[in-house]
Each structure stands twice: as C-alpha cells, then as structure tokens.
Design a protein around this ligand. Structure first.
Ligand code: AMP
Ligand code: GLY
Length: 427
C-alpha cells in the first residue's frame, strides 16, 4: 500500500476537520498542516508557512518528502499553486488536490463562472457583467429588473463582495461605488444578477476530471444573528443531511448541475482534480447555482467529514491518479451538526488572546479548532473571530444539536458567543 506524507494548507475549522479525517487513514505516513492552529497539532505537525509562499512550500515539500498537497482554502488555488507544481521539474510528481488556475476561476471570477454556466446551460440567475466603460448597461439592467438587486464583485473579496440592495436608485449608486473601488481591484468588474428567492444548501463533489463522487449535502448559517439576521460571517454552524435536499432534488442537482459542470470542464480542457462546492438555492423545487467554490466549505466540512464513512485519503488518491471511479464512498446515515463558538464582536472587530478553558471536559462532541493558538506555556488562546466548531453526531438533527450545545456550555472564554438556532429552518 502506498503511503502518503501530506502537506495540508490552511488554518481554519475546515482544515481541522480535514486533518482529523486524514489522520484516521491507514495510508497516512505523516501529516503537516501549514500554518494550522492551536488544535491541528492533535493530528499532525504545524508548520509556520504561508499557503501563498510557493517557493517556501516547494523547499518544504522537497526537504520533507511530501507526496501530496491538499489545499484547504481558495487563495493558493486562485493564485495558481496547481500550475506552479505542474511546471516545476522538482515538484511535478507531487500531486496537488485542487483545480488548475483556470479551474479556480470558477471561484476567482464570478463573471467567468457565470459565462461557464451559460455555455453549459447550467441553471443560475440571469446576469450582466459590467465595468466602468459599460456602467450605463448596468443601469439599464437595474431598471429592467424588479428589486431587490444583487451586485457582486467579480473577484475574491473574502466573502464580503456581494450586496443585496432594496431599491433601484441605491443599486445604481452602489454599482458606481463598487466600480470605483469599494472592494479594491476585485470590484473593477461587477456582476449584476436577478434575485432568486429560496432556501440555500451546499453540495460538494470530489472529481478526478472524468468521474465524480457526491459528498454529503450540508446547510450552513451565514448570518451572525439568530433567525438569520445581521451581517454575514464566514459561517456560524452547519447541519447535514438537509431535509429538503431529498432524492428528487438531488437527482435534479446531479443531472442539471453536477454532470454539466464536470463535463463542461473536461470539454474545455480545464484541469480540475479536487473538490467542487456548489452553492445552491432551491427555487420552488428546482436547484439554481448561486456560486461555485473550488474548495470545501467552512463550516460545512465540520459536518461533511463526520458523515464520510470511508477513507478520505483513499478517495483523494483516486482523485489525483484519475481512478476515483474505483474508490468507495460510504455515507454515515446519522445526522451531523456543528455550532461555531465565536468571539464577541465578530464579524466586526473583536479581542484576541483570551484564554480558553474547559475543552478537556467536552464529551460526545468533536472540537474542530478554527481561531485558536497555543501560547509558549501551552495555554489555549483565541486568535480569530471563529474560535471552535463543536461538531456532533445524532440519530436526529436535534439530538446532534443538543450534544453540541451541551458541550459548548463546558467551554469558556471571555466574549464567548454562538447561535442557539442552528438548523432552525430544517425539518
Ligand atoms: P455568493 O458570495 O455569490 O455566495 O453570495 C453571497 C450570498 O448572497 C449567498 O449566499 C446568497 O444568500 C446571496 N445571493 C447571492 N446571489 C443571489 C441571488 N442571485 N439571489 C438571491 N440571493 C443571492
Ligand atoms: N460556508 C461557506 C463557505 O465556505 O464559503
């Protein structure tokens, strides 16, 4: 059996969950996480490397005989880490799980993603892309459509680049402000979209470019406030499975969205070996794509990994060797939930460096650290807005949630905050 020394890039709850799952594989020789966090060292060795410093990653990979790189977050993919490895004689034999730079444009450019969907007849909101020279067309699009108006920065904007505006006058002034640099260079092009009304879910697939496997479906809760109110965050919790994503809905997702996406990438000779994240909205029983991401979701990964009842590393080996069709993916039929414990003030400004206590008393949940660090004397400290994802299994959604909430009571730090209503809108 071939063994793998893996370098996993990233530092959030998603990477903790990936590390937890990879660490269970009999095919794992050694796991490095760069840069990791205060919890990932339970599963491997943290390495102080930036996921965007490709030359430093190259040196590390060679010095430590790394033979697989798993990319957690989108930035290195959009910056072209796949192509960097493919073009370097010393790295060519080290597979990177993730798309090529061109494939990563599905997330790196909303305009690219919308045009791709149009070419392959994949259901998504009607759109128009504009830049400073075509702003008048943008105004006309706004006038032609009903409120609310959806305005999206074309490029990566750390999840902040989408505005939903209730009236036409304001939409026009926001369009101008975006093109004038509201989100820096990422909004020098803006995608205007028809507003779709429905409930959202996250569908993930692994693909080797030819075949794909559908991972468990999840729903995340993006807003900071209970009842889905207040500003967007990276995600406050997640649930899997998703009651409305039943067999009939998922059949439509597979036929109308997943197959045309995987086949479309292949037809266009876009190299893609990794995760595809379909951000979907259910409009009267029909799925539409809200966005693509080229990585797993966070905090969805903190429930999806619990429900994969097969060796993740075996699946990833299938991805990088083009043999995914021969691999087995079993799904755990239990529910999985995660509740994110965050720092008071998040997603605005918040304190860091608060001592976290009580994690040793947690029983019956899995803690995926997100924004934590270890001090020199071994104390666990907060180091981010999203601090720890408390993940649990249950025979029902409520049973799993109950475990997560009960364990959150045992964890403490100054400013501890969380949503008590994760899963409220699902059966
Ligand atoms: P995105 O970054 O494209 O996922 O957009 C962020 C959020 O804005 C999504 O999760 C949706 O809640 C919302 N959104 C984006 N596009 C639309 C749309 N066309 N209609 C309704 N809501 C949308
Ligand atoms: N939870 C949404 C995301 O990872 O983008």
């Amino acid at each position: 059996m071939k063994k793998y020394t893996i370098l996993l890039l990233g530092s959030g709850g998603r990477e903790s969950a990936l590390a937890w799952k990879l660490a269970q594989s009999p095919k794992l020789e050694k796991l490095f996480i760069a840069p990791g966090n205060g919890g990932t060292m339970q599963y491997g060795t943290n390495v102080a490397l930036s996921p965007l410093d490709f030359p430093a990653i190259k040196d590390f990979v060679i010095a430590n005989s790394v033979n697989m790189v798993v990319v957690g977050n989108e930035d290195p993919l959009v910056a072209g880490i796949y192509d960097y490895f493919a073009a370097d004689a010393a790295l060519q034999n080290v597979p990177v799980v993730g798309p090529s730079k061109e494939g990563a444009m599905l997330e790196g450019s909303k305009d690219f993603a919308k045009e791709f969907m149009k070419r392959h007849s994949i259901p998504t909101a009607e759109h128009l892309s504009v830049d400073a020279s075509t702003i008048d067309d943008g105004y006309a699009f706004i006038e032609k459509h009903q409120p609310p108006y959806v305005l999206k920065a074309d490029g990566l904007a750390a999840g902040k680049g989408v505005l939903i505006v209730p009236d036409a006058q304001e939409a026009k002034s926001q369009l101008r402000a975006m093109l004038d640099g509201m989100f820096g260079a990422s909004s020098s092009k803006v995608v205007l979209e028809q507003f779709l009304s429905g409930i959202e879910c996250s569908v993930f697939v692994l693909t080797d470019g030819d075949n794909y496997k559908i991972l468990p479906v999840a729903k995340d809760y993006k807003r900071i406030g209970e009842g889905d109110t207040g500003p967007n965050t990276g995600g406050m919790g997640a649930v899997s499975p998703v009651s409305f994503a039943d067999e009939c809905f998922m059949h439509k997702v597979e036929e109308r969205i997943i197959k045309p996406t995987v086949n479309g990438l292949k037809q266009e000779n876009i190299t893609y070996r990794g995760f595809i994240f379909f951000g979907l909205i259910n409009v009267g029983g029909d799925p539409f794509v809200i966005e693509y991401n080229v990585r797993m979701g966070d905090p969805e990964t903190e429930v999806v990994m619990l429900r994969i009842d097969s060796d993740l590393l075996d699946l990833l080996e299938g991805v990088v060797t083009g043999t995914l069709a021969d691999r087995v993916l079993n799904i755990d039929q239990r529910y999985a939930t995660t509740v994110m414990v965050v720092s008071n003030g998040y997603p605005g400004s918040y304190a860091k460096g608060k001592v976290i206590t009580g994690t040793e008393h947690v029983d019956g949940s899995i803690l995926f650290h997100a924004g934590t660090s270890k001090s020199d004397d071994g104390a666990l400290l907060t180091s981010g807005g999203r601090v720890i994802a408390v993940s649990s299994y249950g025979a029902t959604k409520d049973e799993a949630l109950h475990k997560s909430f009960a364990n959150i009571e045992k964890i403490d730090f100054e400013g501890k905050t969380y949503r008590r209503d994760i899963g409220f809108d699902l059966k």
